[in-house]
Design a protein around this ligand. Sequence first.
Ligand code: PLP
Length: 406
Amino acid sequence: MSSHEGTPAPSGAESPHRFATRCARAGTSGARGEWNAPLQPPIFQSAIFDLGSAADAEAIFSGKRKGYAYSRFGNPTVDVLAESLAGLEGGAGAMVTSSGNAAVLCAVTSALHGRKGPLVTHHDIYGGSFELLQILSEVYRLPLEWVDPANTEQWLDAVGRAGAVLVETPSNPLMRLVDLRQTVDRARSCGAPVIVDNTVATPLNQRPFELGADWVVHSTTKYLNGHGDLIGGCVIRREPLTKLHRAIHKNLGGTVNASEAAMALRGLRTLALRMEAHNRNGEAIARWLEGRREVTRVYHPGLPSHPQAELARRQMIHGGGLLSFELAGGEAAVTRFIDRLKLSVHAVSLGGPETLVTRPARTSHRGMSPEVRRQAGVSDSLIRLAAGIEDADDLIADLAQAIAAE
Ligand SMILES: *Cc1c(COP(=O)(O)O)cnc(C)c1O
């Protein structure tokens, strides 16, 4: 995690500009290349488009001419968001979805289409993705293999026989990392596409395509929109999207309206600026917590004490704004801590301006049995904190008064 002058210049895309510039200009007239255009992209809030003459309709539907028919198939405002997202992640094409879960479904379906072998993934993926895959396996017999990436031999063996691979790194809430380069190299040996859920890291902190991943998914609900006021997702491919991928996206049905796409685009334009604050606060809080005697453990990829600190340095540009920690006083101390917080908000999710605190065992991981939770390392006294963009000293002062034993 090098500290760098300016923001990274994403590779694999045409724009010569660095990350912050590209965020700030996402979807504006210059990026769209239209003459005398409104600086902000127009919101085409229409389900239906006039097809014109019989010949025009033929040209649109045959794909001879770029045109729109129906907003589930495509919409100009949504396309602007898709192009912006693809550009920021360094991919060739993107599909916008109505949620992060819809993005996972679309990516898994696209990656597995025409492939033999199971979807290989790990247990500590996002709870919603976990439940979705279980349903797909029960109803549609989706071949699924859960493997612990910490057991490198077992993980690489499964990846080498996979139909496709779904990886989430860093994982949530324990901030475990999966070695993307190693996973991609093994997946290549059997032609399995690798999907990376890059929601927690964001394209600013981790560049999966530069490490060889084939697909990236995001819950744009989190950092990319960044204001906690919409649910959304996207699927990005390193190589150009094919007709088949677009057909899968259109027919799964998890598309968005133009107004929501415009909102997500507005959020996206401040991503680089916001991530600086999330990163700074995440690191400051993690370091402060580590020095407190009331705290027994802190999990953050940017800490030298992280068990995979070396991999984090190689794979991530910054450790990010998400962390978790254990209080020495167990569950009673956790309850008291939550109830005493005045500034941080007791709420699920992450990536918005406000610092959010949850107890995974009582919220996101409630569906797991205590036994499975224990195996996963999610104890009853674990607290997850998603650093917002407030002043770090204010946040730390609030945590200090809440954490103090009396
Ligand atoms: C929130 C989240 C999702 C699901 O996104 P929704 O927008 O809630 O559907 C998927 N992956 C990760 C890592 C997430 O944090």
